[in-house]
Design a protein around this ligand. Structure first.
Ligand code: AMP
Ligand code: GLY
Length: 425
């Protein structure tokens, strides 16, 4: 098979890596890709949002399957565009991707179907939003409605912080048009957990769970990022809690999407908070997570191509999916200044792979034969091991070996698993 993967991040490098393990795969293209995907695939210089050029490329190059990584093209209908051209494509259509593209759509769906989530109100008008905000206790959470590269959410611990966040989102438009509408939502306390599932209409096949670390600094300090590190499994979260989330949140959501005439086909990613009242939904994404994918796909034993083809053909229920017991820890190496402004083009040294470690590239490019930084999140260093402690040691040893000017990473990825008491179900 000839496969075209769309995207340029660590997630896409991990997807390419997983597809490449399949004997069915002859050639992979990645558009536009990065310096890491170039090691396994042929990078194609077409952007994620250039649908006409991507479709044309797939047709001209006898592509048998397209796999879409990022949220923006999914929300804009890239799957519909490939389907209209008769090119097999894996991902949700535009009307199903709205579960991520609009937080208001998602919250209203969960409310309508009685699926556990934080209490909330939505606003299009700043004055009413402010009046409501002043009537609520802190902590409280302010969310821009639309896509904001994972950064449109502010968790506010004081009333001043909350009013500032609302003003920045709705008046100063820090997240652009995504902030024309906002969700103001109850703060949920607990451990976060990401469960990605292969979904094909009503059939839900969950992957192994992962935990992300959103804030940029140790101890969950500083602004939120796309994600600074992940690990899987979550030894401190009992299987009963994971099953509760699958049965009472993820499966009912897939059924709700079918009932709404928007069947979801692709990877449905549930961002959950394990509260003392059980798991509740923080968000849904319509795609593989980044950097969740970097720790989940290395644990997948089944051929990813078989799973994707089964989904596309409506046979996901027929396939057995198995996972390794191995642990994986991903430490993201970021550019100094991220998630704010940062320099690009800095040379990266020490990238040679060693056993038990996978280095997935995110913001990297090739320049004069050298690998250089080209984004905020530069690399995802994944350690594999018998348990979290061993995987973590391997990831950090490799993270230290890799060098570029201004390299920043959190030193406490996966510590919650090592320190935490088991969360009660
Ligand atoms: P989101 O983009 O919706 O995943 O939100 C980004 C991050 O903000 C989440 O990963 C949580 O850490 C935090 N967050 C979002 N909503 C809530 C909430 N209702 N209560 C507590 N934290 C939240
Ligand atoms: N790591 C969170 C996300 O992919 O949105």
């Amino acid at each position: 098979m000839r496969i075209l993967v769309i995207g340029r991040g660590g997630r896409e490098h991990a997807i390419v890596w997983a597809l490449k393990r399949s004997e069915k795969v002859k050639h992979i293209f990645c558009a536009p890709g990065n310096a890491g995907t170039a090691l396994l695939a042929e990078n194609v210089d077409i952007g994620e949002m250039e649908f006409d050029r991507l479709v044309q490329f797939a047709q001209d190059n006898a592509v048998d399957l397209v796999v879409v990584g990022p949220d923006d093209p999914l929300a804009a209908g890239i799957v519909d565009a490939f389907e209209a051209a008769g090119v097999p494509v894996y991902g949700p259509r535009k009307n199903a991707a709205e579960i991520e593209g609009s937080k208001i759509f998602m919250k209203n769906l969960l409310r309508k179907y009685g699926i556990p989530t934080a209490k909330y109100e939505t606003f299009t008008d700043y004055e009413s939003a402010l009046a409501y905000l002043r009537s609520q206790p802190v902590p409280i959470v302010i969310k821009a409605d639309g896509l904001a590269a994972g950064k449109g959410v502010t968790v506010c611990f004081t009333a001043e912080e909350a009013e500032r966040a609302l003003r920045e989102t709705m008046v100063e438009k820090s997240f652009g048009a995504a902030g024309d509408k906002v969700v103001i939502e109850e703060y949920l306390e607990g451990q976060e957990m990401s469960i990605l599932s292969f979904v094909d209409g009503e059939t839900v096949r969950p992957m192994v769970p992962a935990q992300d670390h959103k804030p940029v600094f140790d101890g969950d300090k500083g602004p939120n990022t796309g994600g600074m590190g992940t690990y899987s499994p979550l030894p401190h979260i009992p299987q009963s809690v994971i099953d509760d989330a699958i049965e009472n949140i993820i499966k009912p959501t897939a059924r709700a999407m079918v009932a709404e005439g928007r069947p979801f086909r692709g990877v449905l990613f549930a961002g959950l908070m394990v509260t003392k009242d059980g798991p509740k939904t923080i968000e849904f994404n319509a795609r593989f997570g980044d950097p969740e994918t970097q720790v989940v796909l290395p644990r997948l034993k089944t051929d990813l191509v078989d799973i994707i083809l089964a989904s596309i053909n409506g046979r996901l229920h027929d396939i057995d999916i198995s996972w390794s017991d191995e642990a994986a820890v991903c430490v993201v190496l970021a550019s100094e200044g991220y998630p704010g402004a940062y320099a690009k083009g800095l040379p990266i040294e020490g990238l040679e792979q060693t056993g038990d470690v996978l280095v997935f590239h995110a913001g990297t490019a090739r320049s004069d034969g050298k690998v250089v930084t080209s984004g905020g999140r530069v690399l995802g260093v994944v350690g594999l091991g018998a348990d979290i402690a061993q995987a973590r040691e391997r990831a950090y040893a490799a993270a230290e070996r890799i060098r570029f000017q201004g390299k920043h990473f959190r030193t406490d990825i996966a510590m919650k698993a090592l320190q935490a008491q088991t969360v009660k179900g």
